[in-house]
Ligand binder design. Structure first.
Ligand code: FAD
Length: 291
């Protein structure tokens, strides 16, 4: 069964990791992946060029996930600095490494630039090109931004472009982090009303560290800090351990709320650490870990 078929039948679990910048960092990833596999995730994705960085070890990581045979490997891929010719070369490389699932994104611009400087300005063009070039050989995901993309004039415009990505051939949606559950519920209603029928994998950002949590909301994404999270931040402002412990419960609660809103996959931003993810999933009681 494909991961998309699975998502339509039951809410699945998946993880995101990112490519470490150094070889030493890369060497630390296999034990983390090993622990994540034990949760039997439906798929595991790796970012590509996030924050305008270079693509780093993305290919090595998604290749190793594919080689493990433990879960479906998904690579992120962006329009940034990528020509049609380069895209075909890269995707052929991913396919040769056993990776045929792609989260197709516009991408974060390289610092100092204000365009992709590639052949596509937006994700819909990339998705259309991938679908036309590779047909059913690729499963293609696209982003969804529940609070609206930072460059969008309004939610309606963002939703219309999301529909365009569906029409271009995307198979499922992976969302940007949000802590604003009311907005998430409104967004689900809005996209469904606009004819977006794709399964939704919701990005779950664990609440573990005060400064990172604030930065994740405000540095690039323009995400709201709802009252419940603001209270959490204030209560544990000078207590990192308390912040993390209660933050895990906060994340579990958020996962339950997402389930009630009918999401198709809980996609945990694992931040390349398995211990906190382990604890969150154990506390949730939602999935079983194999030893
Ligand atoms: P798009 O869908 O192209 O949308 C960008 C903006 O343009 C929006 O305002 C949208 O409304 C508008 N728009 C869309 N289509 C059109 C169109 N045809 N004409 C005019 N306007 C349009 N970045 C990375 O660099 N690497 C990663 O690995 C990465 N992983 C991510 C994973 C997830 C789950 C998410 C949600 C984001 C990720 N990002 C990553 C960040 C992402 O690249 C940025 O948010 C980027 O600014 C937008 O990408 P997008 O695919 O949503 O863009």
């Amino acid at each position: 069964m494909t991961i998309v078929e699975k998502m339509k039948q039951q809410t699945t679990l998946s993880f995101e990791v990112f490519p470490p910048k150094t070889e030493a960092g890369l060497a630390k990833l296999p034990p983390v992946l090993e622990e994540l596999y034990k949760w039997n995730p439906s798929w595991l994705s790796c970012t590509y060029g996030a924050g305008g960085s270079n693509k780093g070890y993305c290919l090595e990581i998604v290749g190793s996930i594919a080689d493990s045979g433990r879960t479906q490997s998904v690579t992120h891929y962006t329009c940034v600095h990528n020509t049609k010719e380069g895209i075909v070369k890269d995707i052929d490389e991913f396919l040769a490494a056993g990776v045929d699932h792609v989260l197709a994104l516009r991408g974060d611009f390289i610092p100092g630039e204000d365009a992709t400087n590639g052949d596509f300005d937006h994700a819909d063009g990339l998705i259309r090109f991938l679908r036309k070039t590779y047909g059913d050989k690729l499963t293609i995901a696209c982003s969804g931004i529940p609070e609206g993309h930072i460059e969008s004039p309004n939610m309606a415009s963002d939703t219309a472009f999301l529909k365009r990505k569906q029409d271009a051939g995307a198979d499922f949606i992976v969302t940007q982090l949000t802590f604003d559950m009311d907005q998430f519920a409104r967004w689900m209603d809005e996209i469904r009303a606009a004819g977006v029928t794709l399964p939704v994998a919701v990005g779950v950002m664990p609440v573990l560290e005060r400064d990172k949590c604030i930065r994740h909301c405000l540095s690039m994404n323009g995400c709201a800090i709802p009252r419940s999270l603001a209270r959490h931040i204030s209560k544990y402002y000078n207590d990192p351990e308390g912040f993390m412990d209660a933050g895990m419960d906060y994340t579990v609660q958020q996962m339950y709320e997402y389930l009630q809103l009918g999401v198709n996959d809980l996609h945990i931003y694992a931040l390349n650490q398995s211990e906190a993810v382990d604890e969150i999933l154990k506390r949730s009681g939602l999935f079983a870990k194999s030893e």
